[in-house]
Design a protein around this ligand. Sequence first.
Ligand code: OOG
Ligand code: MG
Length: 254
Amino acid sequence: MTNNEIANILHNAAGSAKPVSQMAEENNMTLDQAYDIQHLLLEKREKAGEELTGYKLGFTSKAKMKQMNVSDLIWGFLTNAMEIQQNSVTSFSKYIHPRAEPEIAFKVKRDITSKIELEEIPQYIESFAVAIEIIDSRYQNFKFSLEDVIADNCSSTGYCIGNWQPLIEDLNHLELDLLFDNNVVQQGKTEAILDNPYASVVELSRLATEKGLVLRKGQIILAGAATAAEWIKPGSSIKATLQGFGNVEFKVEQ
Ligand code: OOG
Ligand code: MG
């Protein structure tokens, strides 16, 4: 299959909420090719009127790598159609088999055009917030190889961001939990994300600018889950709490 054929299958699977088979192995897909397919997905969404709002990282915590049995950092794109407003209601029927993850989001302060270092974070990032990501693999049984998941835009589906907070020097050692109907279902610590969530920004700056992409002022970055992901049940209230920095919540209707 051509890259565009694979991208069409994944694009339609997302649109119709119907899962498809993995395609990397039978097509001998390389990592570069997987990112090219991901880029075609972005073009298809842009053609349909969606706008790029930022990027996400995946497998930045050991809990996630272990859960999905994949051990390399991955990144994908986010669009405005994926945003879920705080305290709003989203419909379960839009998804195939959605999972939720507690995350930290960052907002870019100044265009990032090359790899930045940890010390430069305050020059390039203006704020952070507690966030929830909904991931919804387009593959049957939520099973994939590294190439398959990258081609599928790293399972990106939805994100909900809490109130933006001015940057603090050290984001480590904060409890970051996921709650369903106010019961804790996953408990994590911020440093589970690459030993320092700010390291996600550094990694993305390297990976994205290697591909010639600019991380634009105002765009958001999801640093990757601090814990394993939890299956979303229809009718639940999904909440993430970040110790000392509030929470973010939305509801999934039946
Ligand atoms: C891939 C996306 C992983 C994260 O935060 O680690 C991810 C998946 O598990 O489907 O979003
Ligand atoms: Mg995630």
